[in-house]
Design a protein around this ligand. Structure first.
Ligand code: FE2
Length: 220
């Protein structure tokens, strides 16, 4: 082995080390265990999200352990599939499938999240609510300002960091279904999830549990 004090050799060794790690088996069980460790140890949501992103990036190329049915819509409509829910209620993992052209509608997540696209192309539109109470709740106005639009092909990763980065809309813009993995704070029963009712321009409850497995998401 060369002298690791030489910057070029050290860089090359680092690159090969990363390649070796990326080529090792890394299934959804291993990803889940690593996420659990980070969720326990991270000092805040930003640190948690940033530490989870490289783990998701390592898992996404092969999606080991993701069953074929986790890539399928529910009766032809968008929905999510629950893959894991931590016993202590600290995080859960779902796959989400949007048939081509379908959308989540504009909604709010009240807990952190990391999302990676596995297939198709998801377009994420991010929003902020410049006016109104800092604490986001059902019944409040959802007059929002668009801040960004991200095009997320397979391998693309985005995050949720409420309250500032909690509003978004996801839409499958390619000609195939958008399939993504979501690692989210809380549990399917505790993760705050509110829909921006397009007619009333008010936030309504949008329980995550009701969106999982066989239940359709709303369009919009
Ligand atoms: Fe969402």
């Amino acid at each position: 082995m060369g002298d690791l004090r030489d910057p070029w050799i050290a860089d090359e060794a680092g690159r090969r080390g990363r390649q070796r790690i990326m080529s090792l088996p890394y299934d959804i069980e291993a990803l889940t265990q690593d996420v659990a460790l980070i969720v326990r140890r991270a000092s805040d949501d930003l640190a948690r999200v940033e530490a989870i992103k490289p783990l998701l990036a390592r898992w996404m190329p092969r999606c080991e352990g993701l069953r074929p049915e986790h890539r399928e819509p529910c009766d032809g409509r968008a929905c999510g599939h629950l893959l894991h829910s931590a016993a202590d209620g600290s995080f859960f993992i779902i796959s989400v499938v949007f048939p081509p052209g379908t959308s989540s509608g504009v909604h709010y997540h009240g807990s952190w999240g990391v999302i990676g696209t596995l297939a198709g192309v998801d377009e994420e539109t991010k929003y902020v609510r410049p006016d109104g109470p800092a604490a986001v709740a059902v019944g409040q106005s959802c007059e929002l300002t668009k801040t960004d639009v991200l095009r997320l092909p397979p391998g693309g990763v985005t995050h949720l960091l409420p309250p500032a980065e909690g509003f978004h809309r996801v839409r499958a813009v390619g000609d195939q279904a958008g399939v993504s993995l979501h690692i989210l704070g809380g549990s399917p029963d505790s993760h705050p999830h509110f829909l921006c009712d397009s007619a009333a321009r008010r936030l309504v409850d949008f329980p995550m549990r009701l969106l999982l497995d066989r239940a359709p998401m709303t369009g919009g």
